[in-house]
Design a protein around this ligand. Structure first.
Ligand SMILES: [Fe+2]
Length: 170
């Protein structure tokens, strides 16, 4: 790998990790807000919940995960079979992300209607756990395998795809 492709690799990995961090920050923000509501330090901010769920639905679910599937995962499958099992698992998780988020929204509505804060918190925490574990596996298992097996051209394609995300509202 020459210096340019090495650079593309480092930048692509940096963007993927940044996007994971943004997602994590939104989830942590939501959890902190719910905790403050439970402890009586704050009133529930429903527009904030909606805005955060809309963000997760628009950016991570429609932009970030599909790009992982179409570029990082697809190219890695072409270069090695060593990642197949973990990629099957992660792609399966990408497919259920939207359904899980819908159930968190439902729990939020139930909370609004019947004050079931514990149910909403449980649902949100389960969703956050699920996503953290998912992102952890991508960073600790998939990215090291990708560094090992992908070519310079692969990284340039992945970098270009994720670089295009930058123009979106992360
Ligand atoms: Fe992912």
């Amino acid at each position: 790998m020459n210096a340019t492709t090495q650079d593309a690799m480092l930048q692509a990995i940096g963007i993927i990790k940044d996007e994971h961090q943004s997602m994590g920050a939104v989830l942590k923000g939501l959890q902190a807000h719910l905790e403050a509501v439970r402890e009586g330090r704050d009133k529930p901010d429903f527009p904030l919940f909606h805005a955060m769920f809309d963000y997760i639905e628009t950016i991570p679910d429609r932009v970030h995960h599909p790009k992982e599937d179409e570029y990082l995962f697809r190219l890695l499958r072409m270069r090695t079979a060593a990642a197949d099992i973990i990629l099957d698992e992660l792609e399966g998780q990408h497919k259920v992300c939207a359904t899980l988020l819908a159930s968190v929204r439902k729990a939020m509505c139930a909370y609004r209607e019947s004050a079931d804060l514990a149910g909403f918190e449980r649902s949100l925490n389960a969703y956050a756990e699920f996503l953290w574990e998912h992102m952890r596996k991508e960073e600790e298992i998939v990215l090291p395998l990708a560094e090992q097996h992908l070519t310079g051209e692969d990284w340039e394609a992945i970098h270009a795809a994720f670089q295009a995300n930058r123009s979106q509202a992360w």
